[in-house]
Design a protein around this ligand. Structure first.
Ligand code: FMN
Length: 326
């Protein structure tokens, strides 16, 4: 277990798994800005077991991507275990650990018994962890929430169960599943989970700026910090968090030109993988542009973009508008 403490001592800042967002292009940019480890988008164990190409595609790594955590979702211990073993072979040396999703509250996930539904069935959750653990050589971790039902915090007890079942670390988001993304994330949950277990704890939820990364560590004693939404269109948050953890002054915020340049690179990295059609760049483009002059008017145009040149044309216009405002 000391090995995981060593790992997180040098991997403090984590890009969270985000379905539809944390693809290899975005992971690359976050790593460049200082994320020590990124997670793949969650992968369906069932989908993998059917050799579904789209599902397998989620496990493609970026060039030079030398460390990644893969997140698996599902609820059948046997399927989870065999697919975890398959992932271990497929991802190879870059795999840091396998994570099991027990936090996703989306209806289409929980109605199948996956994601945060497992918080309602800790026995099954524990069986999944021990089955996966027995099937792979890599460490196995679990990501979950404060609890299932609003007001009923089960995370500390749940964390203990996962530890006993063989989890090597846990990540906790301080919202109840029933809360979805409403209200705020209770960092007290992270602190109570940390008190409850002796494995490393990754703190997550509402880390919105670099200073928050230092604050959640300080307030909860967590071993690493995981950032999701605040990184959207903002890979620089990792540089800011890195400075905050080191007690240094934050780097200056990116200029309009830097934001547009990052968006252009993002589009190109996506195109390297997906070819002509990079419609999934639309949401990223909106995030990079948020708050820039002319951004609101450009939304409609972004929603019609398909290829790199289309995005470039909108970015050119935004730069012109920004120049006029300067
Ligand atoms: C668009 C989106 C997709 C997400 N997908 C996943 C996922 O695939 N697996 C997972 O465990 N959590 C997923 N999450 C939850 C995040 O990993 C994280 O726990 C949550 O957003 C709280 O962190 P934040 O306040 O930094 O956003 C997702 C969140 C968002 C906003």
């Amino acid at each position: 277990m000391g090995r995981m403490y060593d790992f997180f001592a040098s991997h403090q800042l984590l890009l969270a798994p985000m379905a539809g967002v944390s693809d290899m292009a975005f992971r690359t940019l976050c790593r460049e800005q200082g994320a020590d480890l990124t997670y793949t988008e969650m992968v369906s164990a069932k989908g993998l077991s059917y050799a579904n190409e789209k599902t397998r595609h989620l496990l493609d790594l970026a060039q030079g991507e030398d460390v990644v955590a893969v997140q698996l979702f599902g609820h059948e211990p046997g399927v989870m275990a065999s697919q975890a073993a398959w992932i271990e072979q497929a991802v190879g040396d870059s795999l840091a650990y396998l994570d099991i999703n027990m936090g996703c509250p989306a209806r289409k996930i929980v109605t199948k018994g996956d994601g945060s539904a497992l918080m309602r069935d800790p026995d099954l959750a524990a069986r999944i962890v021990s089955a996966v653990r027995a099937a792979v050589d890599h460490p196995v971790t679990v990501k979950f929430r404060r609890g299932w039902a609003q007001g009923q915090e089960t995370a500390p007890e749940f964390a203990r169960r996962m530890e006993a079942a063989g989890a090597c670390a846990v990540a906790v988001h301080g919202r109840f599943a029933e809360q979805l993304y409403r209200g705020s994330s209770d960092w007290g949950t992270v602190a109570r989970v940390k008190q409850a277990v002796s494995i490393p704890v990754i703190g997550n939820g509402d880390v919105k700026c670099g200073a928050d990364a230092a604050a959640i560590k300080q307030q909860t004693g967590c071993d690493a910090v995981m950032i999701a939404r605040a990184a959207e269109g903002n890979p620089w948050i990792f540089a800011q968090a890195k400075a905050a953890l080191a007690g240094e002054h934050p780097p200056v915020a990116p200029t309009v030109e830097q934001r547009i340049a990052m968006a252009r690179r993002h589009a190109r990295l996506l195109a390297q993988r997906e070819g002509r059609n990079i419609v999934r760049m639309r949401k990223h483009a909106m995030w990079y542009m948020a708050g820039l002059p002319g951004a609101a008017a450009a939304r409609g145009k972004i929603n019609a973009c398909v290829g790199v040149e289309d995005f470039d044309a909108v970015f050119d216009e935004l730069l012109e508008i920004a120049g006029a405002h300067a």
